[in-house]
Ligand binder design. Structure first.
Ligand code: MG
Length: 203
């Protein structure tokens, strides 16, 4: 399986990192070793002094597809979940300054804590899904899929030009504004609407 991640998919987040608002989706990938599941703790890696949380809605691909028409793209995922796109912001800054790929800042082991999924049918409108992250019980980041620059269907259609999508692949759909650092002993709890789907500690 593969994990495709979208960068800069919310206008306010692009602005907070002084990035231009993109005309096409910006994406990168993580590896299967990036996944951190079942509420296991995240251990701060020693190669970074600035690990940022990015809370994101995640789509689970349910069907093989290539060159998927945007109109029919919703047939290619059946579950929506929530995850954290942990980012070594200090390393990413270095990579960006040198024009290098971001993978070491984004795709390191355990950089993608992933919560439980909900069936897509549960949502009346996938383009209006609220989600948020609490850190140590305090509301820290919130977003809604209505503010996506590129909708779920657009992302699937665009990604499938380049990559064959396969059952079980994951798409991290981008973070809203409000990213920030985590520290040892933080407790992260991520919700879709009011349902707690991801709950883990930083160690
Ligand atoms: Mg992200």
């Amino acid at each position: 399986m593969k994990i495709l991640c979208i960068g800069r998919n919310y206008v306010e987040h692009a602005k907070e990192l002084s990035n231009p608002v993109p005309e096409k989706p910006v994406f990168f990938s993580k590896t299967d070793a990036s996944l951190l599941k079942n509420g296991k703790p995240f251990f701060l890696p020693d190669f970074s002094n600035e690990i940022h949380f990015e809370t994101e809605l995640v789509l689970k691909i349910s069907k093989l597809g290539k060159h998927i028409d945007e109109k029919y793209a919703d047939r290619y995922y059946d579950e929506i979940g929530i995850g954290i796109d942990f980012t070594a912001r200090d390393l990413q800054r270095e990579c960006k300054a040198k024009g290098l790929p971001w993978e070491i800042a984004k795709a390191f082991d355990n950089s993608a804590p992933l919560g439980k999924f909900l069936p897509k049918e549960k949502f009346a409108d996938v383009n209006n899904i609220g989600f948020h992250l609490d850190i140590n019980g305090k509301l820290t980041q919130e977003g809604n899929s209505r503010d996506l620059i590129f909708s779920f269907n657009r992302l699937i259609s665009y990604l499938s030009i380049f990559f064959t999508l396969k059952t079980g692949d994951l798409i991290f759909t981008g973070t809203p504004a409000g990213v920030g650092p985590v520290k040892k002993n933080d407790r992260l709890q991520a919700y879709i609407e009011n349902e707690l789907l991801l709950d883990f500690m930083v160690k």
